[in-house]
Ligand binder design. Structure first.
Ligand code: UD1
Length: 421
């Protein structure tokens, strides 16, 4: 298992190209299942999760071709309608094939994801919505089995705001007979990007980006092309890195308008920020100020930024309160940050972080994707060497993070572990 070795203390200085968004690319790749033709997707990031999704689609009979950041998918010859446990267990987003499969083929067999490090994460809303659209659903041997002749448009009100739930239902409704309305829909920019991609394939969707999405079902989609939006969480992660470590970064290929809550908090923390249409310049002199934060569905502060902000608060001047409202167990990084000398008390969904003047390097273990990013940021600031173990989590969702960090002055290297045969 690879590890990252970080020698802390270096300031960050230079330019960071931001990749395509993981959380937009995954549903958009799955949307190819709706199309009896070629779907060309640009700006696809190089991530483990993207590879897993392409493998999952390949097992169903989707033919893929990758050329740099462009992926061409052809789902004309799909013959299997199953997402097996082995892949779903490594990537929960596999559930995103459920809606497209049942909508186009009237049949789907998808392993239930089960719990994960950050909480229970049920998929009951995906199932409820598909049932309302007319699918018959059974749970058997750990699999969701869905059947339908043709889905029928309906009104769905989700019990809570769910991002992949909204996306699954959005995809399914594109081929339903008549109109579907999704109320309490997630407003995340990734949902908007998926809707744009689907519309480019012939779907009729309006209202994406609001909590009421209206989908006029069509008989069939057709081939087309889409460029994946830029990754706002990757951009936010680099901004937190410079806020903690100090220096000056220019992020390119990003979409500042999707980062409002993050930029506001970082300004409060003392980061000087300038934005253009597709770039952000951030300068940090001195120590950050502690900022209170509470995660919330978009346009609130993303739960996927919580661990990175915690790393900033660990070395900030003052005390902060962080409240996690989306996932019940998303403070796994607290114990690891404490090993670096951070002063954090966590109880339930609240953490109190008393900023310390400095952290000191140690061996820490990554527990999930964004926790790993928080630990890397803490390692960039800590005195001496920090070894971040289990970085396969990081590889799942960040496009060559250590190379991008090294290019702006961080002392960071991947330590490859050779497993004896
Ligand atoms: C997506 C993102 C993830 C992000 C999360 C919240 C992708 C691939 N992943 O995950 O990075 O952290 O949004 O912004 O886009 N819930 C239910 N029942 C359901 C669905 C959700 O109870 O059927 C609950 C979840 O347990 C959680 C909350 O609703 O407490 C929000 O989860 P959701 O928005 O669905 O997260 P994901 O779509 O899995």
């Amino acid at each position: 298992m690879d590890k990252l070795l970080i020698h802390g203390g270096a300031r960050l200085d230079g330019e960071v190209p931001i990749s395509g968004a993981k959380n937009a690319a995954l549903p958009i790749l799955c949307a190819s299942l709706l199309v009896p033709g070629t779907f060309e997707i640009d700006n696809v990031p190089q991530l483990q999760d993207v590879g897993t999704t392409i493998k999952l689609l390949g097992r169903m009979g989707v033919v893929s071709e990758r050329d740099g950041s462009t992926v061409r998918l052809d789902a004309s010859g799909v013959t299997h309608f199953e997402a097996a446990y082995d892949l779903v267990a490594t990537m929960r987003a596999s559930i995103l094939v459920l809606g497209p499969l049942v909508a186009r083929f009237g049949e789907a067999r998808v392993s239930l994801p089960g719990g994960c490090a950050i909480g229970q994460r049920p998929v009951d809303q995906h199932i409820k919505g598909l049932q309302l659209l007319g699918a018959e659903i059974e749970i058997e041997h750990g699999y969701v089995i869905a059947r339908a002749s043709r889905l029928r448009g309906t009104r769905i009100i989700t019990d809570m705001v769910t991002v992949t739930g909204t996306e699954n239902l959005l995809m399914a409704a594109t081929l339903a007979e008549g109109e579907t309305i999704i109320e309490n829909a997630a407003r995340e920019p990734e949902v908007v990007d998926l809707a744009l991609a689907l519309n480019a394939l012939g779907a009729r969707i309006r209202g994406a980006g609001t909590d009421r999405i209206v989908i006029e079902g069509v008989q069939a989609l057709h081939g087309g092309r889409h460029r994946v939006m830029s990754d706002r969480i990757e951009a936010g992660t680099f901004l937190c890195a410079v806020a903690a470590a100090g220096g000056e970064l220019r992020l390119t290929g990003c979409e500042p308008s999707t980062l409002d809550a993050t930029l506001e908090k970082l300004r409060e923390a003392g980061l000087q920020i300038e934005t253009g249409p597709d770039w952000i310049r951030a300068v940090m002199r001195g120590r950050p100020r502690a900022v209170n934060l509470r995660t919330a569905p978009y346009p609130g502060l993303a739960t996927d930024m919580q661990a990175q902000f915690m790393a900033v608060n660990c070395v900030a001047e003052g005390t902060s309160v962080i409240t996690e409202t989306i996932f019940e167990n998303r403070f796994m990084h607290v114990q690891e940050m404490r090993r670096l000398g951070a002063d954090i008390d966590a109880q339930g969904n609240t953490a109190v972080v008393r900023g310390v003047a400095g952290l000191s390097g140690a061996i820490v273990m990554a527990t999930d994707l964004r926790a790993s990013a928080g630990l890397v940021i803490a390692g960039l600031v800590a005195r001496g060497d920090t070894l971040v173990d289990r970085i396969y989590h990081l590889d799942r969702g960040y496009d060559r993070m250590e190379r991008k960090l090294a290019a702006v002055g961080a002392h960071i290297e991947r330590v490859r572990t050779v497993v004896d045969a």
